[in-house]
Design a protein around this ligand. Structure first.
Ligand code: NDP
Length: 331
């Protein structure tokens, strides 16, 4: 049998955490033959709720779950972890200035970075979910210099999956037959969901999505808007933010990263920009990637039209702005 993998979930007593930990314990993230030990971290006011989640995990008797650590101590939470899913963050509260929210998250991500740096297993893979996800990941990278920068990523897979879902609904095809959409940039309302290169598998072979949809106005308008604002639509409907889809996409992100993407398929991940597609280096930006042997690489050579270029630049500008704000909070 395989050795257990230690998976950290921060903010584990929250909504996404509650949906995510059973998925991990069932093998949705790392595979049905991979035992796991869950490390759950939350803040002291959530300690009792966190203990309740631990009790439920025990009661669920998951065969793959070989241990549960539930703690409010960051060092204990990070000890020996191979995968870290960072869901805990300071939420935007009504009336708060942008800078105040950023400042809270900068200090959270700075201290958690140091704990991961000191206590995580070598080669630990990190996924940041908590908003502002890209910039939190950047701060984490800054304060965990011994973790290779390629191991620090943020979640845009939910946006990616939402885009697949919208195409599938629009064309009335199975979502598993739609592939290679792209989310460029920030996990925010400036993200650019791009269908230019996406295809649908039909009985007559691969067909380009733009040709099948044949409605430029929708692809450049309604589609993009729906994907960008899907989170708000869910809050309106559920009176709570999306949690099951966020948790599921976090599992997709880690699974594809660790196990590899299927041949011919790319996915979107927020990763440290190397300047590909003229995206400024030094930002955590969502790109199309393929994964193999536990490593991601940015899909190269895609043609970028003028419309896409503008959208990709606008979201990069927002990220540069967030980065400047985050750094101003460090002083
Ligand atoms: P959720 O579990 O709903 O969300 C957690 C984080 O994920 C938020 O930052 C949220 O951003 C972000 N997120 C990213 N993508 C999505 C998405 N598609 N849908 C919804 N959220 C998304 O929040 P809860 O408040 O239920 O739980 C947060 C937990 O974190 C709590 O248990 C709390 O105690 C803990 N916490 C930890 C802190 C720390 O580690 N120091 C500080 C504060 C809280 P957004 O806010 O933009 O919705």
């Amino acid at each position: 049998a395989k050795d257990p993998v230690r998976v950290l979930v921060t903010g584990a007593a929250g909504q996404i955490g509650y949906a995510l930990v059973p998925m991990i314990a069932r093998g949705v993230m790392l595979g049905p033959d991979q035992p796991v030990i869950l490390h759950m971290l939350d803040i002291p006011p959530a300690a009792e709720a966190l203990n309740g989640v631990k009790m439920e995990l025990i009661d669920a008797a998951f065969p793959l779950l070989k241990g549960v650590v539930a703690t409010t101590d960051v060092s204990e939470a990070c000890a020996g972890v191979n995968v870290a899913v960072m869901v805990g963050g300071f939420p935007r509260k009504e009336g708060m200035e942008r800078k105040d929210v950023m400042s809270k998250n900068v200090s959270i991500y700075r201290s958690q970075a140091s704990a991961l740096e000191k206590h995580a297993a070598p080669n630990c893979k990190v996924l940041v979910v908590a908003n502002p996800a890209n910039t939190n990941a950047l701060i984490l990278k800054e304060f965990a210099p011994s973790i290779p920068e390629c191991n620090i990523t943020c979640l845009t897979r939910l946006d990616h999956n939402r885009a697949l879902g919208q195409i599938s609904e629009r064309l009335d095809v199975q979502v598993c037959d739609v592939k290679n959409v792209i989310i460029w940039g920030n996990h925010s309302s400036t993200q650019y969901p791009d269908v230019t290169h996406s295809t649908v598998t039909t009985k007559d072979g691969e067909k380009a999505v733009p040709g099948l949809v044949n409605d430029d106005e929708w692809m450049k308008g309604g589609f993009i808007k729906t994907v960008q604002q899907r989170g708000a639509a869910i809050i309106k409907a559920r009176k709570l933010s999306s949690a099951l889809s966020a948790a599921s996409s976090a599992c997709d992100h880690i699974r594809d990263w660790v196990i590899g993407t299927p041949e011919g398929i790319w996915v979107s991940m927020g990763v440290y920009s190397d300047g590909s597609y003229n995206v400024p280096p030094g930002l955590i930006y969502s790109f199309p990637v393929t994964c193999k042997d536990g490593k991601w690489s940015i899909v190269q050579g895609l043609s970028i039209d003028e419309f896409s270029r503008k959208k990709m630049d606008a979201t990069a500008i927002e990220l540069a702005d967030e980065k400047a704000l985050a750094y101003s909070c460090l002083n």
